[in-house]
Design a protein around this ligand. Structure first.
Ligand SMILES: [Zn+2]
Length: 211
């Protein structure tokens, strides 16, 4: 009961931190004068939101805070933080240039900013994980989903979501981007629980039915 209360408080604190990181990061971008400063602020904000979102996922996955393998959790948080940040490298790859002014002057959005890409990748990794019984692939899929979802939702406040081949949505309202970023870890936790439940039923019933 005490641990449940601690976890609830930690969840509230981290969820508020996701929103604060987003709003503060966006504010710093507006007051930053140099393009390099703006780009750095933008990227660090993506990284922070991704890292905090996976911290929520990790803490809720661990049965109790004592049992949690902290080093493993820290590596996962670092992986999500890193991935949330490196997604923007596709600007440089698409521009075939290391110069910021070329990377930010693209006529089209680069490939890692297409939201269909992580969705397909997520499903492929899940399929591989289920077929060859490699839990690390499922974990990687969930970390990737968290990083891409938070990054794409944040970018969507400016440019909408690009869902190839269906086209792009209009930019989403600012409040919706903040709310969705805070919601992402809980959707991932729900997905993780549902997948575990499905796995348990399949193991018990010899793949006779799926929940
Ligand atoms: Zn981006």
């Amino acid at each position: 009961m005490v641990l449940y209360r601690v976890l609830l408080n930690v969840n509230v604190l981290l969820t508020v931190s996701v929103s604060v990181a987003a709003v503060l990061g966006d504010y710093l971008i507006t007051i930053c004068n140099s393009p390099l400063g703006k780009a750095l602020c933008d990227n660090i904000t993506h990284a922070l939101i991704g890292g905090l979102a996976w911290t929520i996922c990790y803490l809720n996955r661990a049965k109790t805070l004592e049992e949690s393998d902290q080093r493993h959790g820290a590596l996962e948080v670092l992986a999500c933080t890193f991935l949330s940040s490196v997604i923007d490298l596709d600007h440089f790859i698409a521009a075939r240039s290391t110069l910021l002014k070329n990377a930010t002057a693209l006529m089209q959005r680069p490939f890692l900013h297409c939201s269909t890409t992580p969705l397909v990748l997520f499903l492929v990794l899940l399929l591989v994980s289920q077929t060859w019984k490699v839990p690390a692939f499922k974990q990687g899929a969930l970390i990737g989903l968290t990083a891409f979802a938070t990054h794409h939702i944040r970018d969507a406040a400016r440019r909408g979501l690009w869902l190839y081949p269906f086209g792009s949505t209009a930019p989403i309202p600012y409040w919706l981007y903040i709310a969705l970023c805070a919601l992402v870890p809980y959707v991932v936790i729900f997905l993780d629980k549902s997948l575990k439940q499905q796995q348990r039923v399949m193991t018990n019933d010899g793949y006779s039915h799926v929940v």
